[in-house]
Design a protein. Sequence first.
Length: 388
Amino acid sequence: MQTSEYIAELSKCVRCGSCKAFCPTYDEDLTEPMSARGRLTLLRALLNRQIEPSPALNDRVFSCILCGACENLCPPRLDITEAMYHGRNFLKDFDRRRKYLRLITRFSLKKPMLGYRVAKMLQHAASPYLLKKGLIPFRLPILSHPLRDDQQVYKPEKKIGRVAIFTGCSINFLLPHLGLSLIRVLLRLGYEVVLPRGEVCCGAPLRGLGLEKEASEMARKNHRIFSKLNTDAIVSLCPTCIVSLKVHYPKMINGALADVLDISSFLSDKLGYGQPHPLSSFTSVTYHDPCHLRYSLGVRHQPRQLIRQSGAEFIEAEGEGCCGFGGFFSLQYREISRNLLKKRIDAYTVTDARDIITACPGCMLQLSSGSKERQVFHIIELIEDAIY
Ligand code: SF4
Ligand code: SF4
């Protein structure tokens, strides 16, 4: 977003307050600056030089989870999250609290394999310290091999199409078994699967910290690689990556990618309707909507349909809302994050479903950290179980 567009966006706000309805941070802290309207008012005052950058101001602007729950509620269609990104980009130079987080993130995303090796080497010795210092939200499982290697192409027995996977950092480094599950499902359906050489972070963590320039570099690299693949679709198990590729890249680098789809949308018309699978090992499940899938991509029906088709009993939980992860949000605003997590876990406990299904690796890690009685699975695990 250019500065002129940013000014135009901020001036669209008519202060109606509709954006507060589902705002998780406002729900936890009923003060105006913890809502979208309050944050936008602060950013406007900053732009008009009525206030100066300060730790308190930074704190309010960086406390937005960027969940998107406010986006579709705004009558003049103000692009609230883009305004937040722009504000953070401006404030980053005055923001000492996240200085080291920026340094570490910038380094580890620019040199991901080096960062991965260091993290793997230090994980046992350093985890308690990093947890205490709030530099990781919970003990992260760093496995011996990431999913991506060099260019990988998997051939099905009988090819009906070709699909590229955008693995994203969490699947690649922390949860590669989910990526393998996705590859097996796509092969089973007859898709040739490509994991191209050179994929980098989608850029979302960098943008969230105000590092717009670095995020745009990542976006350009990914765009260059994925636009040349000649595939029927680019799919990912991470809704945040999909939002980056599909929604943010056109705004950041004027670079749209064709046929970018979250996995539930991609598979929703490919597994057959009304054919419950009798052999599923998932008996009863409830479902957690990842914010970026639900709000930014508008995908709510498809995962539920896939769950019902799997043969598992589906029990809808009361209400909906953020699990409190939000990437770095869970590190910086631990109390709010924990409260949000507890609310969702309580809602899923009431359903009495045996397992919790979600469609986002970040939500999966967060919900797992708060759920003692129920296991949390990614929807691709349920799909694989149902079709094999
Ligand atoms: S993006 Fe989410 S946390 Fe941020 S203002 Fe909107 S609803 Fe609130
Ligand atoms: S809903 Fe839109 S117009 Fe209304 S207060 Fe929020 S940002 Fe402003």
